[in-house]
Design a protein around this ligand. Structure first.
Ligand SMILES: Nc1ncnc2c1ncn2[C@@H]1O[C@H](COP(=O)(O)OP(=O)(O)OP(=O)(O)O)[C@@H](O)[C@H]1O
Ligand SMILES: [Mg+2]
Length: 245
């Protein structure tokens, strides 16, 4: 699904990512963990096209996407949550997702379009909301959502672009226990239908979701393996898990 070789991004003297090699298989949930400042967010930015890389190559489904702009990567099925569309607070949850569905179909949302046309878009939008467990909130104004629901809506809007690979950077950030559990259940349900590349600090989440884990330290992948392999890796323990207890 995704093959990354020697990908680097430097900020002045800081090697945010330094020759990253990464291989994400179709259908898996691949987690990236690492200490603060390890380069996780930079890597996600490089993969989705928000940041251009200084060196290295990114192959997505056999295609070299290294130099492609973000919207082209989205069209090819590589999307990051909350990258393309922002949430409109004064619109309903359904209308927000409908805009994303419509944008993906290559038109702008037009309220004066024949009802039947908007109906097919709304039907698809409802389907996507069902995927993230937000069907019951579809008529609520986005501005009235809780923090956790808003993050779920952002994921719904990314899913509306029908990605094959979804990039998520700390989807649980800032959430309470209940919201985290809802997000975890949602990701668990998505898993299998779509390939996930997940950056997350919460180790319970990582170890319950991931099929493969890559450990990033100082911009470099120091280890990749199954959750059990990562848990038992002396290298990882020393470099990272050790100081987390
Ligand atoms: N725009 C920027 N300009 C300069 N330095 C940057 C920039 N973005 C990131 N960095 C630096 O690059 C390194 C990697 O940052 P990055 O945000 O990718 O880490 P991270 O693994 O996502 O950290 P966290 O776990 O805290 O989210 C850090 O040293 C950071 O200070
Ligand atoms: Mg980060």
């Amino acid at each position: 699904m995704l093959e990354v070789s020697a990908l680097s991004k430097h900020y002045g003297g800081v090697k945010a990512t330094d020759q990253v090699n990464l291989n994400v298989k179709a259908g898996e949930c691949h987690a990236i963990i690492g200490p603060n400042g390890a380069g996780k967010t930079t890597l996600i930015g490089q993969l989705c096209g928000e940041l251009l890389s200084d060196a290295g190559v990114i192959f997505f489904q056999g295609r070299n996407v290294t130099g492609l702009p973000m919207h082209r990567r989205v069209q090819l099925g590589l999307a990051r949550s909350f990258q393309i569309t922002s949430v409109f607070d004064d619109m309903t949850v359904l209308a927000n997702v409908a805009v994303a569905v419509q944008a993906n179909r290559g038109h702008s949302f037009r309220f004066w379009r024949p009802v039947s046309r908007n109906e097919s878009i709304n039907a698809r939008a409802l389907e996507v909301l069902r995927l993230v467990g937000m069907e019951v909130q579809h008529q609520q104004l986005a501005g009235a959502l809780s923090h956790g629901e808003r993050r779920q809506l952002e994921i719904a809007m990314a899913l509306a672009t029908e990605p094959q690979l979804l990039l998520l950077d700390e989807p649980m950030a800032g959430m309470g226990a209940e919201e985290s559990n809802a997000m975890l259940a949602m990701l668990q349900a998505l898993k299998g239908d779509i390939t996930l590349l997940l950056v997350e600090h919460d180790m319970d989440v990582v170890f319950s979701l991931a099929d493969t884990i890559s450990v990033l330290v100082y911009g470099q992948v120091i280890e990749t393996g199954s959750p059990a392999q990562i848990r038992n890796s002396a290298t990882v323990r020393e470099a990272y898990l050790g100081d987390a207890g």
